[in-house]
Design a protein around this ligand. Structure first.
Ligand code: SF4
Length: 333
């Protein structure tokens, strides 16, 4: 289990803090595929950095708690944000979106595996590691010949597959994938998604996938967290998100999805997400929301449970209205 509780992580800037993750609470469960969705600029990639424990200036953990339970040989250790970099690769691993910027261009793939494994893991000798890597690539249906290649000699899709193999080689309990299919053609995308889900099913670990593409979430995730302006606005089972979205923003994201056989014009979402430097008071979606009411510009709607395992932050729900009222009364007394 991994939990974030009221986490705020801001980028320091000369114009003030950029509130990329602003009071996020989220439970990450074992053996699930969790999707984080939302438009560009809503804080998804920063949230992934925070979950990974990659919090370096100008990014700063302002407040809140990060708590991860790592199981190792039957023992459970409790980790905080500062402990996470020590357990990268073994406990938590990251598949970034730009494979070329991550893989060392002047190092053969084989040496990149060796480098990563020996730096972060109780490694055996080089020949043992080489054999283990070759076996693992075969398990993933990747040609062993890639080990002798330099990154530029591989296609974008193959480089991305190599990154998935590299990130999962040590069987981490949590795998983070940030837009892993961006800039790849549809067939390659499908292959990468299939590879990620296969790895997750085989290892029984947690896969967290960030994508602005709702179609990706529909295909592979079990649960989804919808992010807007650095905040979570809806969290729930993927099936319920698509069949009974509770937040107007989620509804609009789903309506903008193309459907096979439906040739009617898709509804885009007018306007843009607010600046994270100066988000509007109250509900950050209010300037774009067709249902906005007076209260929406005055108070921030809390994330409340609407149905079993399904949370939403919108004043259209009586539960959110009641929680906001209780908060106000509490603050006044
Ligand atoms: Fe729209 Fe108000 Fe709900 Fe925000 S709280 S999504 S502005 S109805």
């Amino acid at each position: 289990m991994y939990t974030l509780t009221n986490v705020k992580a801001y980028y320091d800037s000369p114009r003030g803090p950029i509130k990329a993750v602003d009071d996020v609470s989220l439970e990450i469960r074992p053996n699930e595929i969790l999707g984080i969705a939302g438009e560009s600029g809503c804080g998804k990639s920063t949230l992934i950095k925070v979950i990974y424990g990659h919090i370096n200036p100008p990014l700063r953990l302002v407040s809140g708690e990060i708590r991860a339970e790592m199981k190792d040989n039957g023992q459970v250790s409790v980790l905080s944000a500062k402990d996470l970099p020590k357990v990268w690769w073994e406990f938590i691993s990251y598949v970034p979106q730009a494979s070329m910027s991550v893989l060392n261009p002047v190092m053969r793939i084989e040496n990149q595996f060796f480098d990563a494994v020996s730096r972060f893991h109780r490694a055996g000798n080089r020949e043992q590691i080489r054999q283990q890597v070759a076996d693992y690539l075969q398990e993933l249906d990747l040609p062993v010949e890639v080990l002798k290649a330099y990154p530029h000699q591989l296609s974008g899709g193959m480089r991305q597959r190599v990154l998935v193999a590299l990130a999962t080689f040590l069987h981490p309990q949590i795998i983070l994938a940030d837009e892993p299919t961006t800039a790849l053609d549809v067939v390659v995308q499908r292959g990468i998604l299939r590879m990620l889900t296969r790895v997750q099913q085989t290892m029984g670990n947690t896969l967290i996938i960030v994508s602005h593409d709702m179609g990706v979430h529909y295909q592979i995730t079990h649960r989804m967290a919808i992010m807007y302006a650095g905040q979570l606005v809806e969290v729930g089972p993927t099936e319920r998100i698509f069949s009974a979205a509770q937040h107007p923003y989620t509804e609009m994201l789903i309506k903008s999805l193309p459907r096979i056989g439906d040739h009617s014009a898709r509804e885009g979402i007018s306007g843009r997400p607010p600046s994270l430097l100066d988000p509007p008071p109250g509900c950050p979606f209010a300037p774009r929301c067709p249902h906005a009411m007076d209260i929406c510009t005055q108070a921030r709607p809390p994330l409340v449970q609407i149905e079993d395992d399904h949370l939403s932050a919108c004043f259209l729900h009586e539960e959110a209205m009641a929680a906001a009222h209780a908060q106000k009364v509490g603050a006044q007394s």
